[in-house]
Design a protein around this ligand. Sequence first.
Ligand SMILES: Nc1ncnc2c1ncn2[C@@H]1O[C@H](COP(=O)(O)OP(=O)(O)OP(=O)(O)O)[C@@H](O)[C@H]1O
Ligand SMILES: [Mg+2]
Length: 506
Amino acid sequence: MPDPAVLLEGVTKRFPGVVANDQVNLRVESGEIHALCGENGAGKSTLMKILYGMQKADEGRMVVNGAEVDFDSPTEAIDAGIGMVHQHFMLADNFTVLENIILGAEPATNGVIDFDEARDHIQSVGREYGLDVHPDELVEHLEVGERQRVEIIKVLFRGAKILILDEPTAVLVPQEVEELFRNMRGLKEEGHTIIFIDHKLDEVLEIADTITVLRRGKTVATVKPEDVTAHDLAELMVGEDLPVPETSASTVTDEVVLRVRDLDVEGSDTEVALDVSDLTVHAGEIVGIAGVEGNGQAELVETILGIRHPVAGSVELLGDDITSGSVRSRREAGIGYIPEDRHRRGLLLDAPLWENAMLGHQSMNPFVKNGWWIDPEAARKATEDIIERFDVRTPGTDVPAHALSGGNQQKLIVGRELSAESRVLIAAHPTRGIDVGAQAAVWEELRSARRAGKGIILISADLEELIGLSDRLHVMLRGSLVAELDPNDVTPRELGAYMTGAKEAV
Ligand SMILES: Nc1ncnc2c1ncn2[C@@H]1O[C@H](COP(=O)(O)OP(=O)(O)OP(=O)(O)O)[C@@H](O)[C@H]1O
Ligand SMILES: [Mg+2]
């Protein structure tokens, strides 16, 4: 039998207050697609960072292609043929694709970087694997799917034979996921080994040859997809029976909490122009917005929040025209926001959790004392409540946000926005990167916010989530709401057809 591509034995990694990996074993055969599953904070990213030389295990051994290794840096892992695409992309926005790919691996002639050679090489790597990218485009102009292709080419450019993809599908729409899976299968045919992390269990069952499940830092099972169901996997991950979600009666009222009328927002190279005639949200209602990313959802949210200003039209909150109000005044007047990019908009990564738990609400109750001063005690208390209610796995309220796993960062933000006393909540991809157990909990929280009379705009790439939660669904295409659908009456497939414009409203 050939050597496994990766063999980890007894790998242990401790952080202050947590054992992220506890005697983990992992065996990845050469040439297979191996999925790593587990709850938020189970230790998946940590294990992969250890394999990639970014972090050092406290104990254990690692064998790559039959040779024992002990990496002190990613450079050493790269030399051993390992490449990693991170959960949060690491490209520099203001550089081109070409510059990003060759950064740190410049092919030089007499010490001069040979851009032409690099460009040729990138295009040939791209062609070989069907990964289409434009070398001279600025990274900030790229859509997520394309950014991801750049990250993958970057790894292949460095000669990786073992690819680690940390939650590659989390940011992709269904069509992009299909493309990624085609690319992954292509890479496998070329003899690459792929280890990937994914919370969407149907995807895991579709693409993986083998699945390893981690729970609270330990390996609990290695299984074949043909032997398990998504439900089995979920129970392996959480270690107990999953709650059955309740269906709930409609709570929609006549009270309009948010209304957007005749909105006209200018676009640019990178921004979609908006033309939205009417978007109404009632108290007790979840209005879903479906759309392929980049069709104006971000611009619409920014206009409602006051980050962007329309040339014409109005935004009304509880009957008041707030079109010219500042972001802060709108937040204070009752708009909550779960942002789609948790690092750029949702968190201060270096600040402690208790500061993050009031971010955006720091000028409001209960965080203000005597009119001016922020009350750290109230903030700590609020943080503890969020940690408890949303099961945020953390050693305490004083650790910086970056010490939390990706899904736990997301739970903190969702908890903050759902705890705040807002009337309107804009939830952009609220369960992105969240494990199945926590996803069910967030859905329940959104339903309970609806019962309590909030009006919610839900933007999500997860069509099951949109259909399952929304009272009404709009489809956004090229800056306009092109169809209004009854979620009880539409399948994900049909919805997908409206989203791409293949099907039109009658
Ligand atoms: N740099 C760090 N400092 C302190 N604690 C950390 C650090 N990195 C990770 N941890 C902790 O280690 C544990 C495992 O985190 P890890 O990121 O590996 O989880 P994960 O399985 O990838 O979760 P997710 O699905 O949410 O991405 C968590 O409890 C996390 O808080
Ligand atoms: Mg992770």
